[in-house]
Design a protein around this ligand. Structure first.
Ligand SMILES: NC(=O)C1=CN([C@@H]2O[C@H](COP(=O)(O)OP(=O)(O)OC[C@H]3O[C@@H](n4cnc5c(N)ncnc54)[C@H](O)[C@@H]3O)[C@@H](O)[C@H]2O)C=CC1
Ligand SMILES: O=C(CO)COP(=O)(O)O
Length: 362
């Protein structure tokens, strides 16, 4: 007991709390949720802001549309919908674009989502919030929005952007939750760049150790928003996503954050080999450590602006750990499929159609 309290007292010092928030937080889970979290010395890091909703005096309410309604798209809609109801700077309604499908029952997926408030195909058993409105018409779904959240498998984004040219509001802000990149003849193209260039809008990203099914049942996790230069917009995205069980931090490094979310899958393939060959945890840890260094080196080669500190955020080391521990054999199976299909996009992103088929192994 003495030993514990002698440890605990110095931990109460503000300096220690700032430097080692995780250690401090792990002493009391409730303090994690109540703390003015992640006050960091890094002036470019915006802390998570789960505000109590007192953002009075707002003249212009933002309207949010989520483009995508798969597993993560549905969970993102649920997170956002809980916040738009709380915060007066947002319209209550969250529109969610659904790539229309006919269910085995013969019903349209959109109709079932709007009737039951559940995405019975991609997130069964979870209520999305009554203010989530599913819409199968892409143009209609985005037409009034000033905040667009893109969360489809990356290989559909080029087509989606083409359909949206000239259809979005002039003042629209975008964010991409998509992990993956387009690899073109000219070189790799980040999805946020694709969105920015095609739609003429600025685009942040949100990545992290974020297995959608865990967040759906409100298990705690963190995420990182990457922004280019507008801190106010970054803060708005942080507000829109943050809940007591989803802690979001913003860093000024769009490319670094997005590359973390993409490249960790390559390291996870190696981790899948380690699992398959039963090489043990030490080897897996080595793969993760070396992999993280290689992710950093490769990212800096592509964009010299990428920051070292980004790799210590949720989008970096945390996503790498969760993917290597939980999804490594999925990534390996995708690589095997790639060898047979010769389709790079299915492993350097998330070819969900195929990924679903290997989820049974995970
Ligand atoms: N599921 C997860 O745990 C996480 C996923 N992500 C990322 O989120 C993005 C979306 O992933 P999920 O929501 O898991 O996808 P998913 O595999 O659950 O769903 C696929 C979605 O694509 C739609 N779709 C199928 N064909 C289409 C087409 N031709 N055009 C447009 N849409 C079509 C389907 O209707 C469905 O909504 C991916 O980039 C993934 O990397 C990021 C973090 C966590
Ligand atoms: O982000 C994930 C876990 O954090 C899952 O990402 P993928 O879609 O790349 O598998």
């Amino acid at each position: 007991m003495r030993l514990l309290s002698s440890l605990y007292l110095p931990l109460k010092q503000p300096f220690i709390r700032k430097r080692f928030p995780c250690f401090f937080h792990s002493l009391s889970l409730s303090s994690l949720f109540m703390a003015p979290a992640f006050e960091d010395n890094n002036s470019e890091t915006l802390p998570s802001s789960f505000s109590s909703g007192s953002d009075d005096g707002v003249l212009h309410k933002s309207k949010v549309t989520v483009v995508g309604s798969g597993n993560w798209g549905s969970v993102a809609s649920k997170l956002i919908a809980s916040n738009t109801l709380r915060l007066s700077s947002f319209h209550d309604e969250v529109r969610m674009w659904v790539f229309e499908e006919t269910l085995p029952s013969g019903e349209k997926l959109t109709d079932v989502i709007n009737r039951t408030n559940e995405n019975v195909k991609y997130l069964p058993g979870i209520k999305l919030g009554k203010n989530v409105v599913a819409d199968p018409d892409l143009e209609n779904a985005v037409k009034d929005a000033n905040m667009l959240v893109f969360v489809t498998p990356h290989q559909f984004m080029e087509g989606i952007c083409k359909r949206l040219v000239g259809k979005v509001n002039g003042d629209v802000e975008a964010i991409s939750l998509i992990k993956g990149m387009e690899v073109k003849r000219e070189g790799p193209c980040m999805i946020s760049t694709l969105i920015s260039e095609q739609l003429g809008v600025s685009c942040c990203v949100l990545m992290g150790a974020n297995i959608a099914n865990e967040i759906a049942v409100e298990k705690f996790s963190e995420a990182t928003v990457g922004y280019r230069d507008n801190r106010e917009i970054a803060e708005k995205w942080v507000q829109l996503f943050s809940t007591p069980y989803f802690m979001v931090t913003a860093v000024q490094d769009v490319e670094g954050v997005e590359l973390c979310g993409t490249l960790k899958n390559v390291v996870a393939i190696a981790a899948g080999f380690v699992d398959g060959l039963e090489m043990g945890n030490n080897t897996k840890a080595a793969i993760m450590r070396i992999g993280l260094r290689e992710m950093r080196a490769f990212s800096k080669l592509l964009f010299s602006s990428v920051k070292d500190s980004t790799f210590f955020e949720s989008c970096g080391v945390a996503d790498l750990i969760t993917t290597c521990c939980k999804q490594a054999h999925c990534c390996l199976l995708l690589l095997v499929q790639f060898c047979f299909d010769n389709d790079f996009f299915y492993f350097c992103g998330s070819g969900r159609k195929k990924q679903k088929s290997c989820r049974g192994f995970c």
